[in-house]
Design a protein around this ligand. Structure first.
Ligand SMILES: C[S@@+](CC[C@H](N)C(=O)[O-])C[C@H]1O[C@@H](n2cnc3c(N)ncnc32)[C@H](O)[C@@H]1O
Length: 200
């Protein structure tokens, strides 16, 4: 059977992995929110010293299962349901993590869900844990490129609740929860990796 495939994932998987490798030196537990096709988990988990907990809405779990049947990967735990903006995150998942990674999710979910994620994510983190947010963001209310402005319009035409999020709005909520920006990394295709560190 044909595996689910995202060209964007294919293009960015090594770019993202290189940044994660800079930060993830100590073995630990990593939670991925919104695994989508599963390409990131399958590509990156074997190359990092982590147990990779791949979560998504239940209707997307089968995508990663298809990859796992073809490429069994010892350090991936799958079929983990997690939905930002539903029940509080720590009630959905009774675990804490050293690393939390999410790619291209905050602009797909509603603003309310994205803010709920930022308000609640610390509840899932170990002290000194790291949060990695990958995707397009607005800074100072501005898109970083015309193509991101057009992408925002196309997102909203598919779902009026979707949209590229303001970095400052996310940062304010993360700061209130004890997370501080450690690094903003500009990456190809007008995407950023935002790295936050959690301290209780
Ligand atoms: C564009 S896909 C990104 C998938 C993958 N991370 C990637 O970079 O290709 C967006 C993902 O966000 C997930 N998602 C949407 N709303 C969500 C929510 N409220 N909580 C958690 N994940 C959500 C979707 O199920 C989907 O897997």
């Amino acid at each position: 059977m044909e595996l689910p495939f995202s060209q964007a994932c294919e293009n960015n998987k090594n770019v993202i992995l290189n940044e994660l490798k800079r930060y993830i030196n100590v073995p630990g537990k990593l939670l991925e929110m919104g695994h989508g096709t599963g390409q990131h988990a399958i590509h990156m988990a074997p190359k990092l010293p982590v147990t990779w907990y791949a979560s998504d809405l239940p209707e997307n779990h089968e995508y990663l299962e298809m990859y796992l049947r073809q490429y069994p990967t010892e350090n991936i735990k799958s079929k983990i349901p997690l939905k930002a903006g539903a029940a509080p995150l720590h009630k959905q998942l009774i675990e804490t993590f050293d690393y939390i990674f999410t790619a291209n999710t905050l602009h797909i979910m509603s603003e309310e869900q994205a803010y709920a994620f930022c308000n609640e994510v610390a509840e899932l983190m170990q002290d000194n844990g790291l949060l990695f947010l990958y995707g397009p963001f607005k800074f100072g209310g501005e898109f970083t490129s015309e193509s991101n402005a057009n992408f925002d319009l196309s997102l909203k035409s598919r779902n009026p609740l979707s949209g590229i999020r303001d970095f400052e709005e996310l940062e304010d909520r993360l700061n209130e929860s004890g997370l501080e920006l450690a690094e903003r990394i500009d990456l190809p295709a007008n995407n950023q990796m935002l790295v936050f560190k959690f301290q209780r």
